[in-house]
Design a protein around this ligand. Structure first.
Ligand SMILES: NC(=O)C1=CN([C@@H]2O[C@H](COP(=O)(O)OP(=O)(O)OC[C@H]3O[C@@H](n4cnc5c(N)ncnc54)[C@H](OP(=O)(O)O)[C@@H]3O)[C@@H](O)[C@H]2O)[C@H](O)CC1
Ligand SMILES: [K+]
Length: 483
């Protein structure tokens, strides 16, 4: 199983050019693209009246091919042209369409619409007739199939700056573009089918998260594993009134497979923690030096869940950074560095993971989200700045590494919008790192499993449920690990 690459608009155009230079004519690529769309439609919809909306470029060219091939299958097809075809390939494809044209503004009476107005390289917002059509189609998203991307959606950002088509199915070519995975683009595309049109493999540092990207390196226990060899994880507890979040992380860490998980608790919170722990161990500390000593021999440490936005949390992060443990820095442990992010960055390295939501991200990287073209670019720059893995939370969680790798999580679940779910995610990440998984892949795997677990439960999910749902997802992965 290969990781699912995501290519930018420029990268896909380059792959396209290489194929043409290597001897495949552009019209042949267009025929393959149109055939893939027609096939995807025929697989999903029973025969019905179709209206194909063609723009002036090659996206429209694909549309003429779809129209011809559906008509050849006996489907009633009408074509409307937003403007005359402009490129040589689109002109050639239009010339092969022999069914005539329907006026653009005629009433919309078909049962299925193929949106071939504009592709991923859209240069400016939709306007005029195209914008009106996008608005009309928005009333029937279940009847719209988009070619490459829903028109109006810029391929690299997934963030429309004007009217946009909403589709039930989007058929794209060779690889997904950022718009297919980033919100709101992901939602606007409906189901996304990636069709092979015979382009050569292209390198990309950007992937869609999924087991293909990391399952072969998942740290399953070996027959001779013992608990000390399965990873030692510590979680730093908050003060007596704020202990639950760290316990959630610790429990999640144990469920994700770490052999030994210890809650490191301020002494005054020991008794409240002790009454709520079983397999998770407990150890007290009073000073940063004692914390450093308690974490001296561990593989990974989590700090942040309900840690408190206090000077203590700040010095505790610095104390953990002096140990050899990989750090997962979440929530309050991020916020405490808002006045001096460099102080945090100076102690981090590529084993460490920051897990900010957008608000926390803005505290460490002021203005970066707003000034970046998209969340992927922002997370990548943040990872370089911090020299650590950055997991930027959201419906489209992005994980980025300082070396430029980035991964977008597309199985995000709305049920995760509940208190404490981030604490569980930190626990999953810390656990996988403690078991020896490389931190970027650990963050990817944890984010994916976390969302799968939430989807498995659905309505009524609370964070306390998540650790107990992980074993079902782990079993599926375990059974699928050999391919
Ligand atoms: N490998 C592949 O992925 C293949 C993709 N194919 C298909 O080709 C399109 C991309 O085609 P392209 O011609 O580059 O782009 P468009 O079809 O979107 O059209 C560009 C033309 O539209 C004009 N334009 C752009 N934005 C607007 C707008 N908002 N309003 C009006 N007109 C607009 C633009 O004009 P400029 O003045 O900006 O130059 C262009 O004239 C891809 O999506 C696939 O569907 C191949 O068929 C197979 C290989
Ligand atoms: K389109």
């Amino acid at each position: 199983m290969a990781a699912r690459k995501i290519l930018t608009v420029a990268e896909i155009a380059a792959a396209d050019r290489r194929a043409i230079e290597a001897g495949t004519p552009g019209i042949e690529l267009m025929e393959r693209a149109g055939a893939a769309v027609a096939e995807a439609i025929a697989e999903r919809f029973s025969q019905r009246s179709v209206c194909v909306l063609c723009g002036p470029g090659n996206n429209g060219g694909d549309g003429y091919v779809v129209a011809r091939l559906l008509k050849a299958r006996g489907w009633p097809v009408e074509v409307r042209a937003l403007a005359a075809p402009q490129s040589a390939d689109a002109k050639a494809a239009a010339a092969r369409w022999d069914g005539g044209l329907t006026a653009w503004e005629a009433p919309l009476e078909a049962r299925l619409y193929v949106d071939a107005m504009f592709g991923a390289g859209l240069a400016r917002p939709l306007s005029g007739d195209a914008a009106t059509m996008a608005t009309l189609l928005a009333a029937h998203p279940e009847s719209v199939v988009a070619v490459d991307v829903p028109s109006g959606l810029p391929g690299d950002s997934g963030d429309p700056h004007g009217p946009v088509v909403v589709a039930a199915l989007t058929v794209t070519f060779h690889a997904k573009k950022p718009a297919h995975v980033l919100q709101p683009g992901h939602e606007l595309c409906g189901e996304v089918v990636v069709a092979d049109i015979g382009l050569a493999e292209a390198h990309s540092d950007l992937t869609e998260n999924g087991p293909e990207a990391w399952l072969v390196r998942f740290p399953w226990p070996k027959p001779n594993s013992h608990k000390h060899a399965r990873g030692r994880l510590v979680v730093v507890s908050g003060e007596a009134w704020n202990t639950g979040a760290a316990r959630l992380s610790a429990r999640a860490g144990l469920r994700m497979g770490a052999g030994l998980v210890t809650l490191l608790s301020p002494s005054e919170a020991l008794s409240v923690n002790a009454t709520h722990l079983e397999a998770v161990m407990l150890k007290g500390f009073d000073t940063e030096a004692e914390l450093e000593q308690a974490a001296a021999d561990v593989d990974a440490a989590i700090i942040g869940p309900a840690a408190g936005v206090t000077e203590n949390t700040l010095v505790n992060v610095l104390a953990l950074a002096r140990t050899g443990a990989a750090l997962v820095i979440d929530a309050d442990a991020i916020t405490v560095f808002r006045d001096d992010p460099e102080e945090l960055f100076s102690v981090l390295d590529v084993d460490d993971v920051l897990t900010p939501h957008p608000g926390e991200f803005d505290r460490l990287f002021p203005g970066l989200l707003k000034e970046s073209p998209d969340r992927i670019a922002a997370a990548r720059r943040a990872a370089q700045q911090a020299d650590a893995i950055v997991l930027l939370k959201g419906g489209d969680t992005v994980i980025a590494a300082p070396d430029g790798r980035a991964c977008v999580n597309t199985n995000g679940s709305p049920w995760l919008a509940t208190a404490g779910s981030g604490d569980v995610l930190a626990g999953f990440i810390g656990s996988l790192i403690a078991q020896g998984m490389e931190s970027f892949e650990a963050a990817c795997a944890a984010a994916w499993i976390h969302a799968e677990a939430a989807e498995l439960h659905g309505p009524g999910l609370i964070a306390e449920d998540l650790p107990g749902l992980a074993p079902t997802i782990l079993r599926r992965l375990y059974e699928g690990r050999l391919g």
